[in-house]
Design a protein around this ligand. Structure first.
Ligand code: NAD
Length: 261
């Protein structure tokens, strides 16, 4: 499959799943806009790995997903540079774990803003161009936590259930056009976001790090394997392929059997 001539914007692509997706879109020939937090070295390394995977067509925009105006500016900058945004991956996300009764209000607000509202703002900004060109692929990175709950993840689970709803509505509003909107629901993926949870479990239970990783998997994921960013990137590429052109408003679940239980 080729994405030559297409432009892909991936939020939160200085790390983890988003970076894996940006690299794969570049490998398939797309021009890529990356985004995310990080120091200069992190951003330069991400840019370099995307440039080397493809034709060198990569720009970085530092929009903070907490800020709607910066998100709108990121889309405008992408359209100005490359003429279009054909593929939008709403991927940026953070996590915080705590019971509801002691969940810090500022963490709640940040998680809802970054993991849910930013996808609304970015989708709103790209849709007029997609509608005018009659082509678009919006991929929202949800989670198994868009489908089921887990203790101590109220904000994350609420945001991820919300993004599944946003996916359906955006899909329905654009169903008669050549625009599809789908979600990907990963189980455990070993990125910095999950590494922090492995470290916390290791400390709490007095476990070696790899034992904590196995314990984390065993509690939820029957395959006992992490899904990789590369596998998720192939899932995203599939959603951009002709084979998926009549697939909209749905979820691609890549979770090692987590939600089959
Ligand atoms: P990660 O921490 O490796 O990457 C998160 C990315 O989001 C980084 O590039 C970071 O800079 C960016 N980001 C965070 N806050 C931001 C902000 N305010 N503005 C702009 N960018 C910001 O995490 P990841 O595991 O790759 O997570 C990516 C997505 O996948 C998230 O939406 C996450 O909820 C989802 N997800 C992850 C897992 C997992 O097990 N790792 C499972 C299911 C879903």
């Amino acid at each position: 499959m080729s994405l030559t001539g297409k432009v892909a914007l991936v939020t939160g692509s200085t790390s983890g799943i988003g970076l894996g997706m940006a690299i794969n879109f570049a490998r398939l020939g797309a021009s890529v806009v990356i985004n995310g937090l990080g120091d200069d070295a992190t951003i330069d390394a991400a840019k370099k790995s995307v440039a080397e995977a493809g034709n060198g067509m990569v720009i970085y925009h530092g929009a903070n997903m907490l800020n709607a105006d910066e998100i709108t500016d990121m889309v405008a900058e992408a359209e100005k540079t490359y003429g279009a945004v054909d593929i939008l991956v709403n991927n940026a996300g953070i996590q915080h774990t705590s019971p509801v009764d002691s969940f810090p209000k500022d963490r709640w607000n940040d998680i809802i803003a970054i993991n849910l509202s930013s996808a609304f703002h970015a989708s709103q900004a790209v849709l007029p161009g997609m509608q005018a060109r009659d082509f678009g692929r919006i991929i929202n990175i949800a989670s198994v936590h868009g489908l089921v709950g887990s203790v101590e993840k109220s904000a994350y689970v609420a945001a991820k259930h919300g993004i599944i709803g946003l996916t359906k509505v955006t899909a329905l509003e654009n169903a008669s056009r050549n625009i599809t909107v789908n979600a990907i629901c990963p189980g455990w993926v070993r990125t910095p976001l999950v590494e922090a949870q492995i470290d916390a479990l290791a400390e709490k239970e007095g476990l070696a790090k790899e034992d904590a990783a196995r314990t984390l998997l065993a509690a939820k994921e029957p395959s006992l394997r992490f899904t990789t960013p590369e596998q998720l990137a192939e899932g995203a590429a599939f959603l951009c392929s002709d084979a998926a052109s009549n697939m909209t408003g749905t979820n691609l679940v890549m979770d090692g059997g987590w939600t089959a239980q």
